[in-house]
Structures are given as C-alpha cells and as structure tokens.
Design a binder for this molecule. Structure first.
Ligand SMILES: Cc1cc2nc3c(=O)[nH]c(=O)nc-3n(C[C@H](O)[C@H](O)[C@H](O)COP(=O)(O)O)c2cc1C
Length: 386
C-alpha cells in the first residue's frame, strides 16, 4: 500500500485556558494553558486533534510523492500511521481509504489557493441561530457593550485640501438615495411577477452572451465580475411572488427562467428562510430571496491557486447585491444582503459541494410593512435612534 499526505493541511497550536486551582492555592497564577495541536484540512471539513508524534509524521510526509506504507511505519510507528489514515490526513491507494482520497482529489482538481480553501471551509456555519448570540444590529447596545467606536472616517491633515463642487443632481439619485436595508417586510404583500422578472434579469441575468472560443462564452451582466467570468449563480427562494409557487429555484441567467428545485408550502418556505438566514427573523419575511453561490471551477479555471480569487468572488457578490438593492429601490421596495447565513446547511439543501461551490451571501427584497417598525432601519432623512 502506498501513502502520501493530503494536499492542504494547516496545523494550529491551540490554547485551552482553565483555572489552575492548585496554583491559586499556592499563591501562583490562576490561569493554566493547555496546548493542543489541531489539524485543519479542507477536504475533511472538520477540525481534528492530533498528538506530537502524529504531527511529526505529517511533517515528514510528502503531499505529492507516494511512499510505501511499511517504510513510513518503520519511521513513525504503525499505530500512528493507522490513525492518520483513519482520520484522512494521510491518504492511501487502498480502497478502504477511498472516501478521503476522493475528497482530496476534488480539492486538488479545483485549484484552490490553500489559505483560501482553509478560510472558506472553516468559516461556514451550520445550524447557527440568533440564540447563539446574534441579534438585529442596534448601535445603542453596541455602544453599551464596546464604548465609542473609532471615528466614522479617516481624518488626515486638511492643509491644501481641495473643496469639491456640490454633487449635481443626476438620474441615478432616486434609486441611490432611496436605497436602504429593509428589516420590516409586509407579511401580506407579494412581489408582482414582472417586477421579480426585471429584478432577476437586470441583476443576475445575461444582458449579452459573448463567444470567446468555439465552445466558450462569457456573460455580460450589469455588474462587473473578476475576469469577466461571473462565477456567481442565483438560487431563488420564493415565498410570495405572484404567479410563482413557493419553493427553491435556480435562475438561469441566459434562458431567463426559474428552474424548480424544490416546491414548498408557505409555512415551509418561511421556516427555510429562517434556517438559511441563521434565524434573522427581521430579514426572513422578504418574499423574494436570492442565494448567491460561487462556482469555484469557473473562477479558478483562470485564477488557479491564486491569492486574490476568493476575494474577487466576494466582491462579485457585493456588486450583484448592490445592483439588486438599486433595482428593488426602483420598484419601491427595500432590500437586504447578509453573509450571516448557514452556508453549510444551504449546500446540503442545494446538493452542493463546499470544495467546488461557495455560498457567499443571501439578498432579498419585498414591499415594506406599513405598520409599526419593530427592527432598526437606516432610511434617508429619518433621525430615529438606530
Ligand atoms: C456584507 C454585508 C453584510 C450584511 N449583513 C447583515 C446582516 O447579517 N443582518 C442585517 O440585518 N443586515 C446586514 N447588512 C446590512 C447592513 O447592516 C446595512 O447595509 C447597514 O446597516 C447600512 O444600512 P443601509 O443599507 O440601509 O444603508 C449587511 C450588509 C452588507 C454589505
């Protein structure tokens, strides 16, 4: 049997603090630091505790060259190698270890930058809810907790500053100056189909398809995209859109159609929205929501093992969401975007693989509630405390 190390592996020296009562009673320091080696490998998607002998064996193993298992065992001991194979940190060509080897091969084939793969894999959420400490953002409570924030802007010396002319009014002002993050959606209202269609098409649809090779094309959208690749796909959660049954859909940006993935009852769709949005109930009522999912293979086709590729993907989602906000604003609706989402649960729901896809953010929109606002919003011209 031949073995080698997994392609991407980071080891953290992690500190677990505890109170050392014996030291306290002896008049010494109360804090005891217990150190633990923690192995993080994106193809395994879980943190693993390892010991010093296992760390040494991993440190000596090539991620490229296969070695005879017996030889490696002679140097590091059979038990140590058996455990590392069982964990999936070492890989073998034997069928008993196929699962870990295949995950590692997927990672290798996707051309991730190792640090980006690590940040992506271990930054995902499962079953996070607001009970875990997240609440609607209120500056009052933040001030109480953290004191004054740093000033709102950098204030470099003003010597020689050039005063600029007042910004002239322009055609985009209406949308720009009405845009706000809605957190009080009308539970009864729905989005008209033509409004949803325009929104999806102008934010996520292909305005043009440009052939760049006999079988290769790029899409021209209203937002910019790193490398012109537009790796972000729009999955749509419909709660209340006229003429569209509640459910999960994929929006096809060229065909301009919603392809059904899962039909849902209204209550089911509402529950799913809360699950997706980590229980942010102030956003979950939005009747139309878009789950933005990056296809790494499209982005990394060009940006192989690239330091900036993962950042560019996040920027792409940001541009798309601002375009979405402005279109919603044009239709008289507030919108939202959030990265505080249960991305690992969304992957499961949509049958996605985190090594090949990144669920980056969710945005949504809908008519605002006409009743009392129960959650903070920052609308232009209002002076309420937020
Ligand atoms: C990347 C990003 C993440 C955000 N995440 C959340 C969120 O988790 N929950 C939320 O209620 N609002 C979220 N927002 C909305 C901001 O809180 C909002 O943009 C900010 O308060 C300014 O308000 P405005 O959009 O009305 O100008 C997010 C915005 C951005 C750009």
């Amino acid at each position: 049997m031949k073995i080698r190390r997994c392609a991407v592996l980071y080891i953290e020296s992690r500190e677990n603090l505890s109170i050392d009562w014996r030291a306290v009673l002896a008049g010494g320091s109360a804090l005891a630091a217990n150190m633990q080696w923690v192995a993080m490998a994106p193809h395994l998607d879980q943190e693993l505790n390892i010991n010093a002998a296992e760390l040494a064996a991993l440190g000596a193993a090539s991620q490229t060259v296969w070695s005879e298992r017996a030889e490696v065992e002679q140097r590091h001991g059979a038990d140590c190698i058996a455990r590392l194979l069982e964990l999936g940190l070492l890989l073998s060509d034997d069928e008993t270890h196929t699962a870990a080897r295949e995950r590692d091969e997927t990672l290798r084939a996707t051309h991730w930058r190792p640090l980006s793969a690590l940040a992506h894999t271990f930054g995902r959420w499962r079953e996070v809810s607001s009970e875990n400490g997240m609440e609607a953002p209120s500056f009052q409570s933040l001030l109480e907790q953290f004191g004054e924030p740093p000033p709102p802007t950098l204030d470099l010396p003003a010597d020689g500053a050039l005063k600029l002319p007042v910004a002239a009014a322009g055609r985009m002002d209406e949308q720009l100056l009405q845009r706000y993050t809605g957190r009080n959606f009308d539970l009864q209202a729905s989005v008209p189909l033509d409004v949803a269609a325009r929104l999806l098409h102008r934010a996520f649809g292909a305005q043009e398809v440009r052939m760049v090779g006999p079988h290769a094309s790029v899409l021209k959208k209203t937002s910019p995209s790193g490398g012109g690749l537009h790796p972000i796909e729009a999955f749509v959660l419909v709660q209340r859109v006229d003429g569209v049954a509640p459910g999960l859909y994929h929006y096809h940006p060229i065909e301009h159609e919603l392809r059904p993935l899962r039909s849902l009852g209204s209550a089911e769709a509402a529950a799913l929205a809360r699950e997706i949005l980590a229980d942010q109930h102030w956003l979950a009522d939005a009747p139309l929501q878009v789950l933005m999912v990056g296809r790494m293979e499209r982005s990394f086709w060009k940006y192989r093992n690239h330091q900036k590729a993962y950042r560019a993907l996040a920027l792409d989602a940001g541009h798309l969401s601002q375009t979405f906000y402005l279109l919603a604003s044009e239709a008289g609706m507030p919108a939202f975007v959030t990265a505080a989402i249960n991305d690992a649960d969304i992957e499961k729901m949509l049958g996605l693989d985190h090594l090949r896809h990144a669920v980056v953010a969710v945005c949504g929109c809908g008519p605002a509630s006409k009743g009392e606002r129960t959650t903070v919003e920052l609308r232009y011209g209002e002076t309420d405390a937020i």
